[in-house]
Ligand binder design. Structure first.
Ligand code: 1GP
Length: 241
């Protein structure tokens, strides 16, 4: 399966973010069952900071229990894993940390070239969500202020012009506030690559509003860890579009 083609299909899609530190085997099996039933589009697996050595097992359990594609959402080059289907090759274009714009990519490139992972070059934009998140802290970068739509638009446009194939606007996991609707609308109007939106989405209404504003893919992590029935409710929203 070519994941980029499926991301570009111009239909609303829903990705569940799995932080390998947060799920045990039984919880993962329950989650994959629910995700299969609800026709979740993708699993994103990874985290800005992983403390346990669970990434490999997490990916294997997901792959053993469903056909849903697994995309690595790496917090670090240590999170490259051959058992996944694809990897977001993140360039943190909202920040000015050279390591996360090109440095880590140079180190990862030979490994990625040898792997069979599909590479998804992604312009990753962190947006201030009301308080520092693990992503903003660990990346030593300043997120875009959430009332500065123009900065977000110019950043996303620059990312697309540089050849990045996806734009991912993220408030960071556990974000206090989700990405503002006006920012999503304006970014969407100005890019033609798929737009992924995540961070702080905790209910179906918030997800629906972000789809309406122009998000092609919604990512939800934290809220599903707390209440996995939310997965079915958000998945229903996807089918209403
Ligand atoms: C974080 O966009 C993802 O990078 C998901 O965020 O965990 O807040 O849903 P949440």
């Amino acid at each position: 399966m070519n994941i980029y083609s499926s991301l570009s299909e111009n239909k609303k899609q829903f990705a569940v973010l799995v932080d390998p530190d947060k799920y045990n085997g039984k919880q993962l099996i329950d989650l994959t069952g629910l995700a299969r039933k609800s026709m979740v589009s993708y699993f994103l697996v990874g985290g800005s900071l992983l403390s346990e050595d669970n990434l490999d097992t997490t990916i294997k359990i997901i792959k053993d229990n469903c056909e849903i594609p697994v995309i690595i959402f790496p917090g670090d080059i240590m999170q490259i894993n051959e058992n996944a289907d694809a990897i977001l090759l993140l360039s943190l274009i909202s920040g000015r940390n050279p390591e996360l714009l090109i440095g880590k990519h140079v180190i990862a490139a030979p490994y990625l070239k040898r792997s069979r992972l599909e590479i998804l070059p992604t312009g990753y934009i962190l947006v201030d969500s009301g308080k520092p998140t693990t992503a903003s802290y660990m990346s030593s970068s300043l997120p875009i202020p959430n009332d500065k739509d123009d900065i977000a638009v110019s950043t996303a446009m620059a990312g697309e012009m540089l050849g990045l194939k996806l734009i991912y606007m993220d408030g960071g996991s556990g974000a206090m506030n989700p990405i503002p609707l006006s920012m999503i609308e304006k970014v969407k109007e100005n890019i033609s690559v798929p737009l992924v939106v995540g961070g702080g989405i905790r209910d179906p209404h918030t997800a629906a509003e972000r789809f309406k504003a122009g998000a092609d893919v919604i990512v939800v992590g934290n809220a599903i860890e707390t209440e996995n029935s939310l997965l079915e409710k958000i998945a229903e929203i996807v089918f209403s579009f």
